[in-house]
Design a binder for this molecule. Structure first.
Ligand SMILES: [Zn+2]
Length: 268
C-alpha cells in the first residue's frame, strides 16, 4: 500500500514521521504533521491505512478524518479497520484504503453522512481525489477542471498495471516519482490551483504489510530518499516491555513492605 500527500507547498517543512507505542495497542508508524494524531500509516499487526480528500456536498459536524486514521491503526485486521470507518459519525469526504497482512484490501469512500465500500479484488487499485462509488455520485461536487485528480489516477493505474505480478517497493517509488504530464503529474511540483495556492507532493509512505516495513520520504518523492522503518521486531520489544512492567511492580512492592523482591519464595 502507499500514498503521496499533496498539500500547500508551505506544508512540506511541517511533515513528520511518528512511531508510537502505547500499552495494550499495536505499535504504529504514521506520516503526519504537528498537531495531527495520525494520517496514512501502518501498525505492527500488519494493518495499513491511507486517507485522501474528496469533495462531497453534505459536510457536517463529526469526527475528523485524522482521528479515524489513528483509530484504524489500533485494528487487528482490515475488516475491523473498515468497521471503524463505516460506524463512525462522519463529517467530511475522504477516501480510505485499509489493508492487512493477510492480503485483504478494502476501499471506503465517505461523504459528510454516508459511505460506500469497494472490496479490492484486482492486483492493483488506485484512488485519487474524486468520488467514484455509484451510491455517492449524487453527493459529489463537480470535478474541478483546474485539478488533476483524473490525470494522476489514470497515470498511476497505468504505471502499476504495467508491473502487475512484479510489484515491489521500488515499483511504487518509481510511480510516486513520476512526472508524466507535468505539472499535472503524480509527483507534483507547485501545481497552481484556483485559490492561488501551489500544491506540492509534501511526502509519501509505502507500506509492506506482510514484512511490517514502512518506507517514508518527507518532501518531494523524486528528490528525497525513502527511509525504511521496521515494525517487525515488535514481538521481542513487547516481551521486553512486559519484563520491565514486572520489574516495576516488584520494586513497588519492595518499597511498600521493605523486603527485597527476590526474598521469600524467590519466584517473583
Ligand atoms: Zn518530482
Amino acid at each position: 500500500m502507499g500514498q503521496t500527500w499533496d498539500m500547500f507547498a508551505e506544508a512540506e517543512k511541517t511533515v513528520i514521521g511518528m512511531r508510537i507505542r502505547i500499552d495494550d495497542e499495536p505499535e504504529l508508524v504514521t506520516l503526519a504533521y504537528p498537531g495531527c494524531v495520525g494520517m496514512m500509516g501502518m501498525n505492527s499487526l500488519g494493518v495499513g491505512v491511507t486517507g485522501n480528500n474528496l469533495r462531497p456536498t453534505d459536510a457536517q459536524p463529526g469526527v475528523p478524518w485524522t482521528f479515524l486514521c489513528r483509530k484504524v491503526l489500533t485494528s487487528e485486521n482490515a475488516e475491523d479497520a473498515a468497521r471503524v470507518l463505516t460506524e463512525a459519525p462522519l463529517c467530511s469526504g475522504h477516501n480510505f484504503i485499509v489493508g492487512d497482512a493477510q492480503g485483504v484490501g478494502i476501499d471506503i469512500e465517505t461523504t459528510g453522512a454516508r459511505c460506500g465500500r469497494f472490496d479490492i479484488s484486482e492486483p492493483t487499485f488506485v484512488h485519487t481525489n474524486h468520488i467514484t462509488h455509484p451510491s455517492l455520485l449524487s453527493l459529489a461536487e463537480p470535478i474541478d477542471p483546474m485539478g488533476c485528480t483524473v490525470e494522476r489516477g489514470c497515470r498511476l493505474d497505468s504505471l502499476l498495471r504495467s508491473e502487475r505480478g512484479n510489484i515491489d517497493v521500488s515499483s511504487v517509488q518509481r510511480a510516486f516519482r513520476d512526472h508524466e504530464g507535468k505539472p499535472r503529474s503524480v509527483c507534483s511540483h507547485d501545481y497552481p490551483v484556483a485559490s492561488g495556492n501551489r500544491i506540492r507532493t509534501c511526502g509519501a509512505l509505502i507500506m509492506n504489510l506482510t514484512q511490517r516495513k514502512a518506507h517514508m520520504v518527507k518532501g518531494l518523492p523524486c528528490q528525497g530518499e525513502f527511509e525504511e522503518i521496521s515494525l517487525a521486531s515488535i514481538v521481542t520489544e513487547k516481551r521486553s516491555a512486559w519484563s520491565n512492567e514486572a520489574t516495576t511492580y516488584r520494586n513497588h512492592r519492595y518499597a511498600r513492605d521493605g523486603r527485597h523482591p527476590c526474598e521469600g519464595s524467590g519466584k517473583t
